[in-house]
Design a protein around this ligand. Structure first.
Ligand code: X5A
Ligand code: ZN
Length: 512
């Protein structure tokens, strides 16, 4: 059984950048890659991974998916001046060329294939490739949505050819529909493609009819294309988990893939200006963990979108940590999916009922516009702002999410209290505790008195009570510092102790 996690990063892929003003494309910046790598370093995750070098994808490999015309156009941009680059870029929907774009896109393809080789050869168990430009919008004959070559689609064809694979699962958790990937594998029964995406009843880019849940694949590929359109913004952890539990995972286990590729866009995470979703970084740890249970753990994660640098890099770290086998952090907050999410999930299950045993024996009626009939049923915006599009609002929003994430990640990643019980009483520890934990020095009486304050002073006249309170406060300190999870002490007056305990906790800023 293979072990280890590959990480592929090549600084050269930061040289592809926008040379002119374009408000559509200006979010796809080189810092997306460098920030992720810096954050991985700061968590000491880089040194825990197996470094696998990138390489250029060959022309032959690119032609597994793309037309030679597309390859030639891309190649020809290497020697163009800015004016010519602008003109060629204008032929596509949301794409820019830089003289280094062709080289970077070939490295992005090659990096992805290196990852597939590392996993398929058993050099590592799984891994992640940090690449630019991304790939999932790119089509046989066209660049689209910041993507030139479809890295993940090429990887799937490559894996079929080189390793004779017959079942590959592509999970696209980017917030945009990977329509490029859908088109490439629509009729292919060997590739199961799953994508969730911001859709808003076809209002959101790329605004395609074929991104809806009823696009299930064509011909021999029927049932192997799964679209889960999000018809409202603000989807969060609960909605993503519900999508995995009720759509992707049942089908994925039934399909039983030999390899899993993730089109790993983090624009589905909180704070992203494109996605406008609410999922926090640690949800990606959970999504990763679920996918690690398939294909004997053979999981290749390839970067696609993600435009809020802090949210993006924290989410990438969560993914890599999980690939490395670290325990997944707890998810907090509302755990019920919203009505709009339930509607979408129900509809895709109904659409796929004819193709999957896991849905066949269930009664799943289609739901139409249940969630959108009334504004009262819409998902509540946690940060209600009447002008979502305005620049000021967005900048404020970005900074707010950055501050939120700084605190949030500290809470999530701080070690949980060990299962240890503190006690002051050696008799109790000897009898009840497998591992007695000696208490830090007890507070002296004046300290306790000061904490208890005049309000309770008449309740704690007795010395014994005072001492007991002292022990209790000392234990609480240990609990709040997360050194222990509980404590035992003698208490002649439980009521008083509890009251003081609460005050003390509040004094320390304990919020839950
Ligand atoms: C890879 C990716 C998004 C393109 C958005 C264009 N592309 N409006 O996230
Ligand atoms: Zn995207």
């Amino acid at each position: 059984m293979a072990s280890g996690t590959a990480l592929i990063y090549d600084e050269e892929m930061t040289s592809h950048k926008l040379l002119w003003n374009d408000p559509v494309c200006d979010i796809e910046v080189p810092e997306r890659l460098s920030c992720c790598y810096e954050q991985l370093k700061s968590y000491h995750l880089v040194e825990r991974c197996v470094h696998v070098p990138a390489r250029e994808g060959s022309e032959e490999e690119i032609l597994l998916v793309h037309s030679s015309e597309h390859l030639e156009v891309a190649k020809s941009t290497q020697t163009m001046n800015e004016e010519e680059l602008r003109r060629v870029s204008g032929n596509y929907d949301a794409f820019y060329f830089h003289p280094s774009t062709y080289r970077c896109a070939r490295l992005a393809v090659g990096a992805t294939l290196q990852l597939v080789d590392a996993v398929m050869s058993g050099q590592v168990c799984n891994g992640m490739a940090l690449v630019r430009p991304p790939g999932h919008h790119s089509q046989r004959n066209a660049a689209n949505g910041f993507c030139l070559f479809n890295n993940v689609a090429i990887a799937a064809e490559y894996a079929k050819l080189k390793y004779g694979l017959q079942r590959i699962l592509i999970v696209d958790w980017d917030v945009h529909h990977g329509q490029g990937t859908q088109y490439i594998f629509e009729e292919d029964p060997s590739v199961l493609y799953f994508s969730w995406h911001r859709y808003e009843h076809q209002e959101f880019w790329p605004s395609l009819r074929e991104s809806d849940y009823d696009a299930v694949g064509l011909g021999k590929g029927k049932g192997l294309n799964i679209n889960l359109p999000w018809n409202q913004v603000g989807m969060g952890n609960a909605d993503y988990l519900a999508a995995f539990f009720h759509v992707l995972l049942p089908v994925a286990f039934e399909f039983d893939p030999e390899l899993v590729l993730v089109s790993s866009g983090y624009d589905s995470g909180i704070g992203d200006p494109e996605g406008q979703m609410n999922a926090t970084p640690e949800v990606f740890a959970h999504l990763t963990y679920f996918l690690m249970q398939l294909a004997s753990g053979k999981l290749c994660v390839i970067l696609e979108g993600g435009y809020h640098l802090k949210s993006l890099s924290e989410s990438v770290c969560m993914t890599v940590k999980t690939l490395l086998g670290d325990p997944v952090p707890q998810l907090t907050g509302e755990m019920a999916p919203c009505l709009s999410a339930v509607e979408s999930i129900q509809n895709v299950r109904a659409a796929h009922k004819p193709y999957w045993k896991c849905f066949m024996y269930e009664d799943i009626p289609f739901l139409q516009n249940v969630s959108t009939r009334s504004h009262l049923l819409k998902k509540t915006d946690p940060n209600p702002s009447p002008e979502h599009g305005s620049e000021i609002t967005n900048n404020k929003e970005t900074a707010k999410v950055e501050r939120f994430l700084k605190l949030h990640m500290k809470n999530i990643l701080s070690p949980v209290p060990p299962i240890k019980t503190a006690t002051t009483d050696s008799k109790v520890s000897a009898q009840l505790l497998p591992v007695p934990v000696p208490l830090i020095k007890e507070m002296d009486k004046t300290e306790v008195k000061a904490l208890v304050s005049a309000f309770y002073a008449d309740l704690v006249k007795e010395d014994k009570t005072l001492l007991s309170l002292g022990s209790m406060l000392a234990i609480l300190d240990k609990i709040l510092k997360k050194e222990v999870c509980s404590g035992i002490t003698e208490s002649p007056s439980a009521a008083v102790s509890v009251a003081v305990a609460l005050r003390h906790s509040i004094h320390f800023g304990f919020q839950r």
